[in-house]
Ligand binder design. Structure first.
Ligand SMILES: [Zn+2]
Length: 168
């Protein structure tokens, strides 16, 4: 089945985020985005507060509620958890001056895109990204699939060799 062009476009955005990851010899470079679809009933009330996707599109597919990448927040932090944290902190800032749907309700409507499967265990302690996403009640998680994206595709997008992806 052909991949949805929107999913590919958002995943490219996530891959771009990976280019901002501080380099680590021992950890992956992951990018993640939380998207609220334009079909969500919350879209109209959030539209003026969050970037649209695609940017500058008069009829966007949705809103980027939060972006995250590996080690974006100091420490050994992960992309999906950082996207959630970035969304929540921006939402708290906005809510101090504007009436908005709650962060919890927005996350329930959101879909998460990630360039790698969210972790299920944090060896450094704390909740895994999978647990964080389940707790946030994010409705769907989309991943890059090697069945749809060849290693050569990833190599081109990440500007690293697939075999050495963990060191990019
Ligand atoms: Zn994680």
């Amino acid at each position: 089945m052909a991949a949805d062009p929107l999913h590919i476009a958002i995943m490219r955005h996530c891959l771009q985020l990976t280019l901002s990851c501080p380099i680590s010899q021992t950890a992956f470079c992951v990018g993640s985005t939380l998207l609220l679809s334009a079909s969500s009933p919350l879209f109209p009330s959030l539209r003026s507060h969050y970037p649209t996707f695609p940017p500058d599109d008069p009829n966007p597919a949705g809103l980027i509620l939060g972006d995250g990448y590996s080690r974006q927040i100091p420490g050994n932090t992960h992309a999906e958890a950082n996207a959630l944290a970035n969304f929540r902190s921006r939402h708290a800032e906005l809510s101090s001056s504007t009436e908005l749907p709650s962060a919890g309700n927005a996350l329930k409507e959101a879909e998460c895109y990630a360039t790698m499967e969210p972790c299920s265990v944090r060896t450094s302690g704390g909740p895994s990204c999978a647990v964080e996403l389940v707790r946030a009640k994010v409705r769907t998680v989309y991943l890059v699939s090697l069945h749809s994206f060849s290693p050569r595709y990833l190599e081109r997008e990440c500007q690293c060799s697939y075999e050495n992806h963990d060191q990019c």
